[in-house]
Design a protein. Structure first.
Length: 287
């Protein structure tokens, strides 16, 4: 039976006991409102570790809009029930003051936070790095699991783990709905009609992948294939505000689009569908 702990200090004690018993720990940090994508991370952690724990904390430090923080979906009891059937051993949460009893000192997220999400959401990645560092200190996991959907975030977390000396970062594939829409806790905020229109993000990524497979290696051409889909799709009264549709070299992150011929590429898109901001990406040179 899963243990639900409402104090980060108690979670730290639980993890210490697990390590003392010789168990390896896989860790999945979340903000809750769990879906199949989160549960896939738990299963991946179980495949490599003896025990798995999950954190649920809606971190105010990484929200640049107060309204977005307030409306973020929360269902701790439902999350615990879902995790209980997944093989997870422990889930924990806490208040901001419990996580940061002496106050939070923002951590510099590093150069891979530049551009895209880093530019559009000032302070977001500093908030991410700050809470993830604290979570790693509490759990001290062997492995930590993150979804590829938040691609730039995984780069920031990898840099953080390298600086701390632990844990191993495992990035798992994006889990999608049958429509192609990337699973996200924010999808709960979409109406049925808006959810249909949100598939424009994944369709633009598929267009970039088709362009890559046809031999195109210029960043502007690949981004142009995405824009063609985004610009031509019917709106039918649903407002869709595209914030970026671009490509980057995932192994050599740059603030701006690469100017040279690309050997590796990840396509990234962000858009606000009605009142809900969504992001997605697809690695083009794999698969």
């Amino acid at each position: 039976m899963i243990e639900l702990l409402r104090d980060p200090a108690a979670a730290g004690v639980w993890c210490e006991k697990a390590r003392a018993a010789g168990s390896t720990i896989g860790f999945v940090p979340t903000m809750g409102a769990l879906h199949e994508g989160h549960l896939a991370l738990v299963r991946a952690a179980l495949a490599r570790n003896d025990r798995v724990c999950v954190s649920v904390f809606v971190n105010p430090l990484q929200f640049d809009e107060k309204k977005d923080f307030e409306r973020y979906p929360r269902d701790l009891e439902g999350d615990a029930r879902a995790l209980g059937g997944s093989g997870c051993s422990m889930v924990f949460t806490g208040t901001f003051e419990q996580f940061f009893p002496a106050g939070a000192h923002l951590r510099e997220p590093g150069p891979r936070a530049l551009g895209l999400e880093g530019d559009l959401r000032p302070g977001h990645f500093a908030g991410v790095a700050t809470i993830v560092e604290r979570l790693f200190e509490i759990v001290r996991p062997d492995d930590a699991y993150f979804g590829q959907k938040d691609f730039q975030q995984t780069l920031v977390v990898e840099d953080l783990a390298r600086a701390m000396g632990y844990p191993r970062i495992r990035v798992c594939p994006t889990v999608r709905e049958s429509s192609g829409l990337a699973m996200s806790s924010r999808n709960q905020l979409l109406s049925p009609v808006e959810r249909v229109h949100a598939t424009i993000l994944s369709r633009s990524l598929e267009a970039a992948r088709a362009a890559w497979r046809s031999g195109r290696r210029d960043a502007r051409e690949l981004a142009g294939a995405m824009r063609d889909v985004l610009d031509r799709a019917p709106r039918n009264g649903v407002p869709v505000e595209v914030q970026y549709a671009t490509v980057r070299d995932p192994a050599a992150w740059t603030r701006d689009e690469p100017a040279e011929r690309m050997e590796r590429a990840v396509a990234l898109v962000a858009a606000r569908v009605a009142a809900v901001r969504l992001i997605d990406n697809m690695v083009l040179h794999e698969g």
